[in-house]
Design a protein around this ligand. Structure first.
Ligand code: ATP
Ligand code: MG
Length: 578
């Protein structure tokens, strides 16, 4: 619509500009609780008490015993762009506090009634301030308050009726507050946190040294019991925490806690990196549960991305993603034997098979397969209502050898050997002009070139492309890999590239046949890399692929791939004492 007259530009009055800022930061009462608790944590609080009335619409009061606010700064604390946490533009490049924008209290004060009481560290007297947003007036005076600060926020959205309409029931708003408090409580261990709603105590976390205890208290024993611990470091990053196992998944994104340097963050790419690391261990459409802490030098990330400060821009996005993905994948694959214990626990308790006991781990090297002569396993037999058509892992002897029951009988299966066999078969069948199926990497990977480059880069590109590796040279000593062949799951890509470059040196560029045959054997070797995660779904696929590849699983065995464990063989091994 065309304006009737030329509009003139004017500065917005502070209340209006603060209300606009509040629109981005203060969505609901829980947003206020988050900002106030973050201020308390930045102030070094040992105890934080939160009192809520009527879902936070009437009163939100957060009291702490932190360093407090200098009496002369009380007025400034409520003004916009006023902070004690930043001084120079350089400070913005490595933020170590949860707050830094100097906007939270002014935004809150623009949509609710705010008062602060505080006694600063080393001060003799406490002071209070009451702010009137309509006139901008403040009332200050001495107060009775121990060291620390109490911020009270009343009548939320009293002056923004449109916003008030969007609030849900008091109970729902309180549940959001409870979740916020839990999330913050999971970011610190040594702070005591108490939460009351309408005078009733709803949460009490005592400050303690052991993170696992707080996790158990807040997320429940079940979460910890169904989780795998992860703690890995690279030169620049550390990732630690808990990864829900294959039994701990939900239909909604819940119980996905991700922290960056103790700040709760949301990052779609990182969530995706974690989800893909879970792969097929959890069914499609379900979400894994996790509590993860990513730590690094704050200079490697920018948290000044979103007004609510829950987004981060990493300086080395790809490295961070690959690191997180790799850590999760490795931790989960290491735990697959303990997961097999859970699978076993759903088998009928007939004592037919030796199941690892809770104390046993991936290192179970020997186990006795008890079999009962009177109940030989057959293809058609069904037990406990489960058809043996559905392959089942009976026991993981090591992290690569399994005893499985499938329609062909009971097999001792070597996962790495089977995957190498499949890769070899696929590669042997690759027609001359055919391109090996590949999948794109979520984030292209940069790899070092530690060997001499082949004299013809074009031929090298073409050869790699045919075998599912799309790459380009991104620097004199680096290349960027964009796709990898489907037959390679967990191989170390740097090793793979080193191997390829090394072996191509010994074959003349012109001998494309010899080069292709080298590529086949390198890929087949890498296809059996350790770290592949096996679980019931991938087991079924693996067995199907073996059958399709022409392997006769009913025969006695195939060196390095499987061995059939029929009663006669067991008699031979164990002997018949009777
Ligand atoms: N509980 C508290 N204890 C001590 N100082 C506090 C407390 N709450 C607020 N302050 C002081 O008031 C200032 C303004 O707080 P405010 O939350 O508005 O901004 P901030 O925390 O600096 O940045 P952000 O807007 O990102 O939260 C803080 O910088 C801090 O100095
Ligand atoms: Mg703040």
């Amino acid at each position: 619509m065309k304006p009737e007259s030329l509009p003139r530009i004017h500065k917005l009055p502070p209340l209006l500009s603060n209300q606009i800022a509040a629109g981005e930061v203060i969505e609901r009462p829980a947003s206020i609780v988050k900002e106030l608790m973050e201020n308390s944590l930045d102030a070094g609080a040992g105890t934080i008490e939160i009192q809520i009335e009527r879902g936070g619409t009437r009163i939100i009061r957060v009291q702490d015993d932190g360093i407090g606010i200098h009496p002369e700064d009380l007025r400034l604390a409520i003004e916009s762009h006023a902070t004690s946490k930043l001084h120079t533009p350089e400070d913005l490049l490595a933020i170590r506090t949860l707050g830094f924008r100097g906007e939270a209290l002014s935004s809150i004060a623009a949509v609710a009634r705010v008062s602060i009481q505080s006694k600063a560290i080393d001060a003799n007297v406490a002071w209070s301030i009451l702010y009137d947003p309509l006139t901008g007036d403040t009332k200050t005076g001495p107060a009775a308050h121990p060291q620390g600060a109490t911020v009270t926020v009343g009548n939320l959205f009293y002056n923004v009726p449109a916003r008030k309409k969007f609030l849900r029931s008091e109970r729902t708003e309180f549940l959001h507050i409870l979740e916020t408090v839990k999330r913050l409580a999971l970011s610190v261990w040594d702070t005591t946190i108490r939460l009351q709603h309408d005078g009733k105590s709803c949460l009490h976390c005592r400050g303690q040294e052991d993170p696992a205890r707080r996790v158990r208290e807040l997320l429940g024993k079940g979460f910890v019991e169904n989780a795998v611990r992860v703690d890995r470091r690279s030169d620049a990053f550390r990732l630690w925490g808990w990864l829900g196992n294959e039994n701990a998944h939900s239909s909604q994104v819940e119980r996905q806690y991700l922290y960056f340097n103790n700040r709760i963050i949301r990052d779609r790419k990182l969530s995706h990196a974690i989800r893909t690391a879970y792969g097929e261990t959890i069914p499609t459409g379900r979400y894994p549960q996790y509590l993860l802490y990513l730590e690094m030098d704050p200079a490697l990330a920018d948290v000044n991305v979103h007004p609510a400060k829950h987004e981060v821009r990493f300086r080395e996005t790809r490295e961070v993603h690959d690191f997180v993905h790799g850590c999760v994948k490795q931790a989960l694959s290491k735990s697959t034997v303990s997961n097999s214990r859970l699978e076993n626990s759903i088998l009928p308790a007939r004592g037919d098979y030796a199941c690892p006991t809770p104390g046993e781990s991936a290192q179970v090297r020997e186990a006795v397969l008890h079999y009962r002569k009177d109940t030989p396993l057959s293809i058609t037999e069904t037990r406990g209502g489960l058809s043996t058509d559905e392959p089942r892992m009976l026991l993981a002897l090591t992290d690569r050898r399994l005893i499985v029951e499938c329609r062909e009988g009971v097999l001792l299966l070597d996962i790495a050997g089977a995957r190498r066999f499949l890769a070899r078969t696929r590669l042997e069948r690759l027609a001359e002009n055919e391109v090996l199926q590949s999948r794109p990497l979520l984030v292209p990977i940069s790899l070092g070139i530690n060997r001499e480059l082949p004299s013809s880069e074009d031929d090298f590109h073409e050869l790699c492309r045919r075998f599912g590796l799309q790459l380009n040279f991104s620097g004199p000593r680096t290349l960027t890999l964009r796709t990898i062949p489907l037959i390679l799951e967990d191989t170390d890509l740097q090793d793979l590239i080193d191997d390829i470059l090394e072996s191509l040196r010994s074959h003349p560029v012109t001998d494309s046949k010899a080069q292709a045959s080298e590529m086949r054997s390198i890929l087949a070797r890498h296809a059996g890399a350790p770290g592949f995660q096996f679980h019931s779904d991938s087991l079924r696929t693996l067995l199907q692929q073996l059958r399709q590849a022409g392997s006769d699983l009913t025969s006695a065995g195939h060196a390095g791939v499987w061995r059939k464990l029929d009663p006669r063989l067991l008699d031979e091994i164990i002997g018949d004492a009777l």
